[in-house]
Write a protein that binds this ligand. Sequence first.
Ligand code: CA
Length: 232
Amino acid sequence: MPDPSAPLRLLVIEDEAPIRRFLRIVLEGAGHAMDEAARGREGIERAATGAPSAVVLDLGLPDMDGKAVIAAIRDWSDVPIVVVSVRSAEAEIVAALDAGADDYVTKPFAPAELLARLRALTRRRSAGEVPPVLSHGDLGIDLAARTVTRAGVPVRLTRKEFDVLALLARNAGRLLTHHQLLRTVWGPAHLDDSHYLRIAVGHLRDKLGDDAAAPRLIFTEPGIGYRFASAE
Ligand code: CA
């Protein structure tokens, strides 16, 4: 397995030069290498030729819609993509995640937050195949047997509760949208039934002893989706 603390090669696609300069200071300061592009087309080319470990993509580019950049990269690569958006552009963020982005930060963002997102996503990728039993703290999730234990004690979940938990935990550290969760667990006819999801997550939190106000396992991104805590 690759060293999780190894330096990353990051591609920043952002049209504002001061933000690129700021990101270079942050990323190189953390020991990573940074490549940059000011436009979408150039960014797609560099993603293809530079084999970055992750992409940081500004959604407000002059030449292309951010979703089109994500779609183009996703044609041939599953490189982690973190999008940068302005606060309150919730619909734009959801559309980017549904198009295949892995996570987001909003401007102005804290460097530590961006670095934590990039670390979580690249760690998940470098871990390769999902192991048959996932664990987080005292929680154990056996994906094959479809059983869950908490401190060794079995937790009874409904089929849908298990499916939601397994999907989130398999994507630990990644933000999944309401639509992605509803489509996978309930099917494409239920994309608007977000109350199914809300209820299932509420029951999961009760059964797993997680607190929505101070979560350890399942984090809510209001209006966007849910994220399972990244691997320790
Ligand atoms: Ca911009």
